[in-house]
Design a protein around this ligand. Structure first.
Ligand code: GDP
Ligand code: IMO
Ligand code: MG
Length: 427
């Protein structure tokens, strides 16, 4: 039963890091399959908080081998700094294994991310500025730099030169920026080569061997369904496939090796950056959700836009992801409201829509249709069994489960490692 995928079901920051860590000691391999250091996955252990941007969240569990899959884009400076910072905090980290096929975020990708966003003005995406889009663009344009290029200095130099050729024209002539020297970039990348060399592997082979041996392999998604380049609220998306299919293409674990797909669903809705968010609240309730949920970006510190639970995007994510299970997070944040609205449909141009709409325009025009569920006031952060939750809280969970159409196997009642109610254990 060993291949498990963790997928964000909304717009990111659902609590994937905590969910991955909670499976903890029982996971043999923890693998990031998409995105880069645009992610921020928080794990709270006792009174210590760790935020992983590039390393899989399993890194805090000794005995778990961490792997950065081919679908990830890697900023080598960030990788080195993240490893050093964990070691400096006394975490016993082994080096991660790194797919030779993963692409590298080069310094020019960061520059391009920033200038294109500035140039876009009010058409901007609100990216994290980490060079993600430009790195994936180069991958798709077949001019990317890959981890294996660190093993061949001459090939690397030639590739960097080729990649910079057109970009320097663009930087100078369109964006009025200084050209970037290829030799400087090559040197900066090669500075990491010696350290990383022993960890560069054929990760697809490593993972398939592990699966053959019955090991537990957890494929950790970053971002979320509605930030997916194909399924998300395009163009306000990231440049990769965070959805479950991306776990196969981003690691080399074939579809038949996946046994469970766990959707991570926040008990309300948040989003960072631009783009539609039908249940967004700009009133005191929105402020209160942000304050009670601590909704500030783990990567950029930006305040997250907050709103009530919206069943339509989550049911869509459950369908596309083929969720076998849902982990409902941050339910404790909803404590204290007399009534909790839940969006069960949209009004689009006077028409009731019960499912996630097909077109961008309909999503932009969607007004939520709410059902109001009775709230609860009891502190639930100490609950560990479902029957310890207040009756209205249990009713909220049941209604949300019905609306999503996938079974809720776990519930988060606080940020701490042990603050979960497990209904169906995954392992
Ligand atoms: P990720 O990107 O999906 O891993 O999520 P983030 O780490 O960016 O954001 C989730 C935030 O919620 C973090 O600060 C977590 O510590 C916190 N968190 C996760 N699960 C729970 C929960 O069940 N209750 C509460 N109160 N906080 C949680
Ligand atoms: P985790 O893994 C929330 C958003 C950015 C922006 C859009 C594109 O922590 O859930 P990018 O830098 O990827 O080109 O930005 O995607 N975004 C996230 N929002 N959580 C994330 O990751 C995100 N990663 C990217 O805010 O709107
Ligand atoms: Mg996050």
């Amino acid at each position: 039963m060993p291949g498990i995928v963790i997928v964000g079901a909304q717009w990111g920051d659902e609590g994937k890091g905590k969910a991955v860590d909670a499976l903890g000691g029982r996971v043999d391999y923890c693998v990031r399959y998409s995105g880069g250091n645009n992610a921020g996955h928080t794990v709270v252990v006792g009174d210590e908080t760790f935020t992983m941007h590039l390393l899989p969240s399993g890194i805090l569990n000794p005995g778990c081998t961490c792997v950065i899959g081919n679908g990830v884009v890697i900023d080598l400076d960030v990788l080195a700094a993240e490893l050093d910072a964990l070691r400096a905090r006394g975490v016993d980290v082994a080096h991660p294994l790194i797919s030779a096929a993963a692409h590298i975020i080069a310094p020019y990708h960061l520059v391009l991310d920033k200038v294109t966003e500035r140039f876009a003005g009010n058409q901007r995406i609100g990216t994290t500025g980490r060079g993600i889009g430009p790195a994936y663009s180069d991958k798709i344009n077949r001019m990317g730099i890959r981890v294996q290029d660190l093993l061949d200095a001459d090939a690397l130099a030639a590739k960097v030169e080729a990649a910079l050729d057109a970009k320097n024209q663009l930087l100078a002539k369109v964006y009025n920026r200084a050209a970037i020297r290829a030799d400087v970039v090559t040197e900066a990348l090669l500075a990491h080569a010696e350290r990383l060399r022993p960890y560069i592997v054929d990760a697809a082979r490593v993972l398939n061997d592990a699966l053959d041996q019955g090991k537990v392999v957890l494929l950790e998604g970053a971002q979320a369904h509605h930030l997916d380049i194909d399924f998300g609220t395009y163009p306000y998306v990231t440049s990769s496939n965070p959805t479950a299919g991306g776990a196969c293409t981003g690691t080399g674990a074939g579809p038949t090796r996946i046994d469970r797909v766990v959707g991570i669903v926040k008990a309300y809705t948040t989003r960072v950056g631009e783009g539609p968010l039908p249940t967004e609240l700009t009133d005191a309730d929105g402020e209160r959700l942000r304050a009670q949920g601590g909704e500030y970006g783990a990567t950029t510190g930006r305040p997250r836009r907050c709103g009530w639970f919206d069943a339509l995007p989550v049911a869509q994510a459950a369908m596309v992801g083929g969720f076998t299970d849902v982990f409902l997070t941050k339910l404790d944040v909803l404590t204290g409201w007399a009534e909790i609205p839940v969006c069960v449909a949209y009004d689009v141009d006077g028409r009731r829509v019960d499912r996630w709409p097909m077109t961008e325009r309909e999503v932009e025009a969607a007004t939520p249709v709410y059902e109001r569920l009775p709230g609860w006031t009891q502190d639930i952060s100490g609950a560990r069994r479902f029957d310890e939750l207040p009756v209205n809280c249990r009713a909220y969970v049941h209604r949300v489960e019905q609306l999503i159409g996938a079974r809720i196997s776990g519930i988060g009642v606080g940020p701490g490692r042990d603050q979960s109610v497990i209904i169906n254990p995954l392992l």
